[in-house]
Design a protein around this ligand. Structure first.
Ligand SMILES: [Zn+2]
Length: 114
């Protein structure tokens, strides 16, 4: 994955070999690819390769899941994330119901005390 800083080394997305940046004499090839991910969603890949042959081989394969950095920015879409969000919503609804019940009980107690 190429880094934004031109001074840092990065690794080839196919073979994982460390590749010097072009400013250090490396023959790096970087690509920006847009396409359908395996789950059907649209995705972007920012990939870098040590050689043009490795780029061609990577492109000839099915597109992999995008790197994890996209997950932090994009809203969660996996079933596990949806289940977690649903759980949080249910807990909040439960707390709201308990708060209403507590207020109702307190009001009932105060009204019937007199
Ligand atoms: Zn490579």
């Amino acid at each position: 994955m190429p880094e934004n800083s031109a001074d840092e080394q990065w690794t080839c997305d196919l073979c994982g070999r460390a590749t010097p940046s072009p400013s250090e004499g490396g023959t790096a090839l970087t690509l920006e690819v847009s396409g359908r991910r395996p789950d059907g969603e649209w995705g972007d890949w920012y990939v870098g390769f040590c050689t043009q042959e490795h780029a061609a081989e990577w492109l000839s394969r099915p597109l992999p899941p995008p790197p994890g950095s996209d997950d932090a920015e994009a809203p969660p879409t996996s079933w596990a994330d949806r289940a977690a969000l649903t759980g949080c919503a249910l807990v909040l609804l439960g707390l709201l119901a308990l708060a209403i019940l507590g207020a109702w009980t307190a009001a009932d107690f105060l009204l019937h005390r007199t």
